[in-house]
Design a protein around this ligand. Structure first.
Ligand SMILES: NC(=O)c1ccc[n+]([C@@H]2O[C@H](COP(=O)([O-])OP(=O)(O)OC[C@H]3O[C@@H](n4cnc5c(N)ncnc54)[C@H](O)[C@@H]3O)[C@@H](O)[C@H]2O)c1
Ligand SMILES: [Zn+2]
Length: 358
């Protein structure tokens, strides 16, 4: 087991990279003899619940699969269940599943009695490499992604890439889009690594999966460290492609596309608009789209029936959390590995770009 330490903020936490079974003593110590509330879905629980139950006593709380978990009613259900189970302020809640479960369980944990500890045991590539780290929690509201949420850092993250053996190829590819994002933000060498190894990673290579997850976790810890609450701009780079992605998810109906699929197109649009503004070379845009397409991810709006919906996309981007008093803010790129936040984006140029984007 490799232990990474998230050092920033008031409450540092450990990330255990390695077999779930070896995390038994840590879970037992946290549980202090009581059964821990375990937020998961029926699919994940059926596949991997026994391994967890063998380590620590749990009280399973099942929520819907996928994006549907990030719903007000599910949040309310969780709070009711915590109350029924007599959860105290120091009872750790376990989130066992993909990013959607981590997001809603994290939010419920942060609200219940003004905050209980949350332990993330991510089971998707996306959650292992990205969403279990950093402490953002959310549900969707008013057809907008992550509109309601908090910052609530985990007490412990257990990252076992072997759990991915049961994940289907579509989910793996979607998670991989977030992995590529880390190369595009500030790490050209890692993007080149992805070009060389991405296909084998998706196909099942354990060593490559583990390496990519460890690399992305370390990168996320570094990007989040100076800007825990996403205010000063360092952390904002993690949103590369995401203003577009969230707009795509809203326009196609939340849950219709996988988040990572929307991110793949969003990354291409971010590079496309960067080229349009003269920030970035066409060759870099082409290289990004070529790699994502090779993996089998969507890279164009027309692949998902959203070309010609520029107005809807612009509308959603205007309501994005990054928008501030100066207007629309977007993370764009001067090249692969050179993401930057740009504020006061000219809405007419963005409207034109979105109207013509295919
Ligand atoms: N908080 C953050 O920082 C952050 C970062 C990135 C993404 N997100 C959010 O994460 C969500 C996407 O998460 P996701 O991509 O993990 O998908 P998900 O959680 O929405 O769905 C995962 C699906 O895969 C299944 N599954 C999970 N683990 C499995 C396994 N090991 N074997 C077989 N099936 C398994 C689940 O039953 C579910 O159907 C989005 O809502 C996105 O906004 C949050
Ligand atoms: Zn994302």
């Amino acid at each position: 087991v490799t232990i990474l330490r998230a050092g920033a903020g008031e409450a540092p936490y450990d990330i255990l990279l390695g077999p779930l079974d070896e995390a038994g003593p840590r879970l037992t110590a946290l549980s202090r003899g009581r059964a821990l509330p375990l937020v998961t879905d029926a699919h994940v629980f059926a596949l991997h619940g026994d391994r967890l139950k063998a380590l620590v006593a749990v009280e399973p709380i099942l929520v819907p699969e996928g994006e549907a978990a990030k719903h007000w009613d599910v949040l309310a259900q969780l709070l009711g269940d915590f109350s029924r189970l007599d959860v105290t302020r120091d009872t750790p809640i376990i989130a066992f599943g993909g990013g959607s479960i981590g997001d809603v369980a994290g939010l419920a944990a942060s609200l219940f009695k003004r905050g209980c500890p949350i332990v993330h045991i991510p089971t998707t590539l996306l959650a292992l490499a990205d969403s279990a780290i950093g402490g953002k929690t959310a549900i969707d509201w008013d057809n907008q992604k992550n509109l309601v949420g908090t910052f609530h850092q985990p007490s412990l993250v257990i990252a076992d890439s072997a759990l991915l053996d049961t994940l289907d190829a579509r989910q793996l590819r979607a998670g991989y889009a977030e992995i590529v994002k880390y190369g595009l933000i500030d790490d050209l060498a890692f993007f080149a690594w992805c070009e060389a190894n991405g296909a084998a990673l998706i196909a099942g290579d354990q060593t490559l999966r583990h390496a990519a997850i460890e690399h992305c976790i370390a990168a996320k810890l570094r990007l989040v460290a100076g800007d825990i609450e996403d205010r000063s701009g360092a952390r904002a780079q993690l949103n590369l492609g995401h203003s577009f992605a969230h707009a795509i998810e809203s326009a196609s109906g939340l849950g219709a596309l996988l988040h990572g699929e929307a991110v793949a197109i969003g990354l291409c649009l971010a590079f496309g608009f960067s080229v349009e503004l003269g920030l970035c070379r066409v060759a870099d845009e082409t290289r990004v789209a070529r790699h994502l397409a090779l993996i089998g991810l969507p890279t164009r709006l027309d692949e998902i029936g959203l070309s010609g919906r520029g107005d809807d996309l612009l509308d959603a981007i205007r309501r994005d959390k990054k928008a501030g008093p100066e207007g629309i803010a977007l993370v764009l790129a001067r090249g692969i590995g050179q993401a930057e936040i740009f504020r006061a984006i000219d809405p007419r140029r963005l409207a034109q770009f979105l109207a013509e984007a295919v």
